[in-house]
Design a protein around this ligand. Structure first.
Ligand code: HEC
Ligand code: HEC
Ligand code: HEC
Length: 429
């Protein structure tokens, strides 16, 4: 591991030194007139911008859409998103389509400097010419926001943008998505969307020390902003396999009977990002991931997994003296108790949720601290318990539910994991 890091650093430095990474500036242009684009292009661009989460990364909290200024922890300091509104002085108003396309496809800014991979150009490189043009049309027709870009806090030597040229040699494969002949048209459409504009792997694939997604561990699950984006491959720990229908339901509505709801940032991916995509596109994404996770091979054991999970819904009565059980009965059971043999559509069975079965307790802790929904997005609601429960209470609940709702070993290090996720100004033990 250490050896690979050292080799990596050496290559980055060498590439930077030899100027392998030098790229010319693209001549600035006068901002294009709005009527140089067709309404169809602009509408298609709006849909792609939503699916690509451009607004959630390129808007500061409370700030104007696309004005930039949101900070991202890179491991080497903060990188700020930039102003991508069409203001010619502080945004990208004087970028030609060629300059915009090069940024999306190669991660190079108009002035020739390399962009950091926090900007998921490593995925956007897969976009077709038509889709890049539609995005350009959309951004050039937004209201101009006057906002200077914030200066990143990344320290030397990592702030030397030429080094990104070396990074690209090691970790970046440029190029438009290539259709895989062995698969159906729908599967290919799903792969195009997943690997390109919706960049699912940016959160669901683990990264190496230099922020590159690990190709060998595609969709193997990764921590994201205090949560854990579960594996979308065969290692997914949900008791029930994620079938094509389950994935479609979840991506379309944020809810799946056999799995529960999309919470945290995934709620925003579904309700803000994917919401405008047509059904056919969501069916395509579902087809791609249902194949990727091998759910068909797990189908024969699904019925047994369901009845085991459902048998765990009535295990609490009579255990009031066990640590965690009384808390669960007092604070949670009113909503999470269901005598039905099938999982209810909302208030799903906890025994079916990866928040309980995952090796990583983050999503359980976050759900209990912050609840579900209630942010103005559609969907079911669970209150947050950060004020009502202490760290020790949450640890007891976690231990109790993991023991009674799964076959997995107890979570280690719960106190530290809970303390790290406690919101400021809330109850402490
Ligand atoms: C995960 C967050 C994230 C997402 C999603 C994202 N960006 Fe960015 N983008 C960034 C960051 C951070 C930078 C600045 C990178 C740097 O400083 O090297 C950036 C830079 C850019 C740039 C270069 C601008 C300049 O002034 O140099 C363009 C163009 C851009 N993004 C367009 C888009 C578009 C279009 C989308 C949606 C399809 C998008 N971005 C989605 C984070 C994001
Ligand atoms: C910005 C980061 C991010 C992006 C982008 C993202 N996800 Fe997620 N995803 C998460 C997180 C975090 C969770 C865990 C939250 C939860 O379970 O409610 C999650 C949960 C999920 C789950 C539930 C898995 C399980 O077993 O519980 C599925 C399925 C999923 N995502 C699919 C996708 C797909 C498909 C895409 C691309 C279209 C995508 N995600 C894009 C962060 C992301
Ligand atoms: C007012 C009703 C209500 C109460 C009280 C409640 N929940 Fe929930 N909970 C929900 C709903 C609704 C959902 C989302 C539906 C789903 O996941 O199927 C949910 C989801 C969850 C999830 C799964 C999150 C996911 O990603 O799918 C966990 C874990 C959870 N609750 C734990 C708890 C615990 C522990 C307590 C007690 C401290 C509790 N809940 C109290 C209504 C409630």
């Amino acid at each position: 591991m250490i050896k690979r890091i050292l080799i990596g650093l050496a290559v980055l430095l060498l590439a930077g030194c030899f100027g392998l990474s030098w790229r010319p500036a693209v001549t600035p242009i006068a901002p294009p007139k709005a009527d140089s684009f067709t309404p169809t292009q602009v509408a298609q661009g709006a849909l792609l911008a939503a699916a690509g989460n451009c607004a959630s990364c390129h808007s500061a909290p409370g700030g104007p859409a696309y004005g930039g200024g949101l900070g991202f922890e890179t491991g080497f300091g903060l990188a700020y998103s930039t102003n991508i509104s069409p203001d010619p002085a502080t945004g990208i108003g004087n970028w030609s389509e060629a300059a915009f396309s090069r940024a999306m496809r190669e991660g190079v800014a108009r002035d020739g400097s390399h962009l950091l991979p926090v900007f998921p150009y490593t995925h956007f490189t897969k976009l077709s010419d038509d889709d890049v043009r539609a995005l350009y049309a959309f951004f050039m027709t937004r209201p101009a926001v006057v906002a200077e870009d914030r200066v990143n806090t990344i320290g030397f030597p990592y702030n030397v943008r030429a080094l990104q040229g070396g990074w690209k040699l090691l970790y970046f494969d440029a190029g438009v998505y290539q259709t895989g002949a062995a698969k159906s048209v729908t599967w290919n459409r799903g792969a195009y969307l997943a690997e390109g504009i919706t960049h699912c792997a940016a959160c669901h694939t683990p990264r190496n020390r230099f922020g590159a997604e690990q190709a060998k561990a595609a969709y193997a699950g990764a921590p994201f902003d205090g949560w854990f984006a579960p594996p979308l491959n065969a290692a997914n720990p949900a008791p029930m396999p994620w079938t094509q229908q389950d994935l479609y339901d979840y991506l379309r509505s944020g809810e799946s009977e056999a799995h529960g709801v999309a919470a945290g940032v995934m709620a925003s991916v579904v309700h803000d990002g994917l919401a405008k995509l047509p059904d056919a596109d969501l069916q395509a994404l579902a087809t791609y991931f249902a194949d990727n996770n091998g759910s068909a091979a797990r189908a024969p054991t699904a019925a047994a997994a369901l009845s085991l999970a459902m048998s765990r819904r009535l295990v609490d009565a009579g255990r009031e003296t066990e640590p965690g059980a009384n808390l669960y009965l007092a604070a949670c059971a009113a909503c999470h108790y269901s005598p039905a043999a099938q999982p209810p559509a909302v208030q799903g069975s906890l025994a079916l949720s990866t928040a309980i079965t995952s090796d990583d307790p983050s999503n359980f802790i976050q759900t209990v601290m912050h609840g579900v929904g209630g942010t103005g997005l559609p969907g079911p609601y669970m209150p947050g318990f950060a004020q009502a429960l202490t760290d020790a209470d949450i640890a007891q609940l976690a231990t109790y539910l993991r023991r009674t709702r799964s076959d997995q070993p107890a979570w280690a290090n719960l106190p530290a994991a809970i303390a790290a996720r406690r919101p400021p100004n809330t109850t402490t033990p």
